[in-house]
Design a protein around this ligand. Structure first.
Ligand code: TRH
Length: 409
């Protein structure tokens, strides 16, 4: 464990407070929960994570069998419940204002009273706005830009924009130490790891019996494109086993199989060449393992998208849809970094385009599937490339140190 030294007190652990508002789905909390755990477990920081959507947080804790009450600690992180409307208790405000670093995730806006207390503090915390991930060029220009904030009665504070990213000049990606080694370990003996996965989720071992069965994981938003993929898998002459964790993709599965209710966790559905196994919402570590063991992963949003890259497997990204198709520019920016000019790349690009425009992907899947071995090599190359870059927390801590050193003693 590395303890980051500070000018203030060289031996004490740093105090971090992370504020998160869940806009929707799981990604906002997923990212903050990951960040908080890494700060605590790898850098010995004291971390408080304030989350507005307590129920959404429990989805992450349930697989760890650790449902938490406000103020309890889980995996070294103190979990707190807040709401943007209610102010935080004055006694809490003073304590939080004395943190070393305060992160407002995804521009969630700190309580006014806290900002005031920070501006009055002798040494205000480093204040960061952790932004959404994008591969677009402008990210480099905006990363670490300061934004002066009036502190009411106190001094003007600087808030810094912190942009994650894939290239130098950005904040990097969240990546715990050892995550790539972990994938290598899982992938060393694929057959037995896959068999153990079925046992773990009480699924019939015959699901793996068909020769050359292709393993997929499906974690997407609802879309007619998902339905067209399922149709393609059904009609294909080659067998597929598709794992669907609890979530929105099950809507399309139910539609495809003509079910009036969503299939329950543990269900196995079969049609044509397709078998579907419904999994529970797993812990983040268990989900990583699933990504590692599948031949191709359909992922979405931000965090599952990054985790699929660490798994070193071909992936299809269902990007979070935004108004005016802004997300399509984001998609193109990532593809420009990730893919090249080969036939496999062309198949991947066409698939991602149609997938994200909700178009029919049936024929495109039949074109993509034979390209998976080439895409596997490329995915592995990209995994190694990402693994060589400093991770987001390491970069954050370097920025913290630089800021503190630049301050008058
Ligand atoms: O859930 P997402 O769609 O999240 C987000 C949010 O919608 C957010 O508002 C939006 O801005 C952002 O996307 C771009 O997808 P994401 O980011 O992949 O988050 C899912 C999290 O859930 C991630 O941390 C992985 C985790 N997860 C598990 O822990 N267990 C599971 O079984 C599964 C399927 C996922």
């Amino acid at each position: 464990m590395t303890t980051i030294e500070t000018k203030i007190s060289p031996c004490r652990p740093l105090r971090w407070t992370v504020f998160c508002v869940a806009i929707d789905n799981f990604g906002d909390i997923g990212v903050c929960w990951r960040l908080a755990q890494q700060l605590s477990s790898e850098f010995g920081a004291q971390v408080e994570l304030w989350v507005d959507d307590w129920e959404a947080l429990q989805w992450f804790l349930k697989p760890l069998a650790r449902l938490s009450q406000d103020g309890e600690s889980c995996l070294g992180v103190i979990l707190r419940h807040w709401s943007t409307e209610d102010s935080i208790m004055p006694s809490e405000v003073q304590r939080i204002a004395a943190a070393d670093v305060i992160v407002e995730a995804f521009a969630c806006e700190l309580p006014v009273g806290l900002v005031e207390a920070m501006s009055l503090s002798k040494q205000p915390p480093l204040w960061l706005n952790l932004e959404y991930l994008s591969a677009q060029d402008w990210v480099r220009d905006c990363h670490l830009l300061p934004s002066p904030q009036g502190g009411g009665a106190g001094r003007t504070l600087q808030k810094f924009f912190y942009f994650p990213g894939f290239v130098e000049g950005t904040g990097g990606l969240l990546r715990e130490a050892g995550v790539i080694m972990q994938h290598e370990h899982w992938q060393q003996d694929l057959a037995s790891q896959r068999a153990a996965l079925l046992v773990k989720y009480a699924l019939p071992p015959e699901l793996l019996a068909l020769p050359d069965v292709l393993l997929l994981s499906l974690f997407t938003y609802e879309s007619p494109a998902v339905l067209s993929l399922l149709d393609a898998l059904i009609e294909s002459p080659l067998p597929t086993l598709c794992f669907v964790p609890h979530g929105r993709s099950l809507e399309e599965v139910a539609r495809c199989f003509g079910l009036s209710d969503l299939p329950a966790v543990g269900s196995v559905l079969k049609k044509g060449s397709l078998s579907i196994a419904v999994l529970p919402f797993m812990s983040q570590a268990e989900y990583d393992q699933l990504l590692s063991l599948c031949d191709c992963n359909f992922v979405r949003g931000e965090d599952s998208f990054v985790r699929a890259q660490y798994a070193g497997r071909p992936l299809v990204w269902h990007i979070y849809p935004q108004t005016d198709d802004v997300h399509m520019d984001k998609l193109a920016a990532f593809l420009a970094l990730y893919s090249g000019e080969s036939a496999a790349d062309a198949a991947l690009k066409s698939f991602w385009q149609n997938w994200n425009q909700g178009e029919d992907c049936r024929d495109l899947w039949h074109y993509l599937r034979p390209q998976l071995p080439s895409l596997q090599i490329q995915a592995r190359r990209w995994q190694q490339q990402m693994a060589e870059k400093p991770d987001l927390v390491t970069n954050l801590l370097a920025f913290y140190r630089a800021q503190r050193e630049s301050m008058p003693a």
